[in-house]
Design a protein around this ligand. Structure first.
Ligand code: NAP
Length: 280
């Protein structure tokens, strides 16, 4: 019997707990979301984050800049947010326009307000097995899903398809911390199927339909991070869900799988950063 992992339900549980916690706070945590340009997908994501933040009582501001903003001007704006005691968490919505170097922007955010856990200090802490101020949201959400469903990680072979800085790489570190044996695949990987078939836990974060039934070991746990529109404009993921669910023991759907967990982790990180700052 295959279990369909209900990310939406777990995310709602997390946000309900956060809502209760935030309701007792005299000062509310404040998340600042920076958006440059008018990318349609970014508009949707940014507004969704704001709405979800407000649902739990977190203050959120969308700070939108025209795509003609220069890199230096954007850096100056981030520095203002770094210095603003009323802002606890900073998120820069990616991708940025091509004239802006993403690395320079991320490096400007102070680790104390780095809600995505992307800065050198936070990602370094993750690699070193220390305690980052915030864990990257999607990997954190995936680990939480596995925990909620009592899926054992220790000793298991986890295969991740995709090596991005926001999903594949940090997720590999989190799984390693949980004592999985981790393999990371990418676009230059040869014989992908031979590797994915070895996975006890298979995670795909690519952005195109790439995981089919014959690539999955019977009873594997399959986590689909991909989100994109298919040729009919329907939201879908990397995994051929209907067929793969016949062989998997657990599987996440798209939507209502990993997506809601990413937002729940973002809100959780905002509250955690706020609490860390209050202690100082
Ligand atoms: P990304 O930066 O575009 O990375 C995609 C990765 O897939 C790269 O590492 C790439 O390899 C690899 N890849 C591409 N073609 C491949 C192939 N044929 N075989 C094996 N690997 C291949 O993507 P991302 O930002 O991590 O996002 C991936 C997907 O997850 C997207 O659909 C995105 O929308 C979605 N996403 C969802 C959430 C969520 O909350 N559910 C969060 C973040 C992202 P190379 O490194 O060699 O190019």
């Amino acid at each position: 019997m295959t279990t369909i992992i209900n990310g939406k339900e777990i995310a709602e549980k997390i946000t309900e707990n956060l809502k209760q916690k935030v309701s007792k706070m005299e000062i509310k945590p404040h998340l600042a979301v920076i958006q440059v340009g008018n990318n349609e997908a970014s508009n949707i994501y940014v507004n969704l984050k704001k709405k979800k933040a407000e649902d739990v009582g977190i203050k959120s501001s969308i700070i939108k800049f025209h795509e003609t903003i220069t890199e230096q001007e954007l850096i100056n704006e981030i520095k203002k947010l770094n210095d603003n005691d009323n802002v606890n968490a900073i998120l820069v919505q990616l991708p940025l326009p091509k004239n802006i170097n993403t690395e320079n922007i991320i490096k400007t955010i102070i680790p104390q307000k780095d809600v995505d856990g992307f800065t050198a200090e936070n990602s370094g802490d993750l690699i070193n097995g220390f305690a980052p101020k915030a864990m990257p949201c999607t990997p954190k959400g995936i680990i939480r899903l596995l925990k909620e469903y009592n899926i054992q990680i220790e000793g298991k072979h986890a295969v991740i398809v995709g090596r991005s800085n926001i999903v594949g790489k940090p997720l590999s570190m989190l799984l390693l911390r949980k004592n999985a044996t981790v393999t990371i695949c990418h676009s230059k990987t040869q014989n992908l199927k031979e590797i994915t078939k070895q996975a006890d836990i298979l995670i795909s974060a690519v952005g195109k339909k790439i995981i089919f039934k014959d690539m999955v070991k019977p009873d594997a746990v399959v986590i689909d991070v991909g989100i994109f529109k298919d040729e009919n404009g329907k939201t879908t993921g990397d995994v051929d869900f209907e067929n793969v669910k016949e062989v998997a023991s657990y599987i996440t759907p798209v939507p209502k799988g990993v997506g809601p967990m990413t937002i729940a982790s973002l809100l959780e990180n905002t509250v955690e950063l706020f609490e860390q700052q209050q202690k100082k």
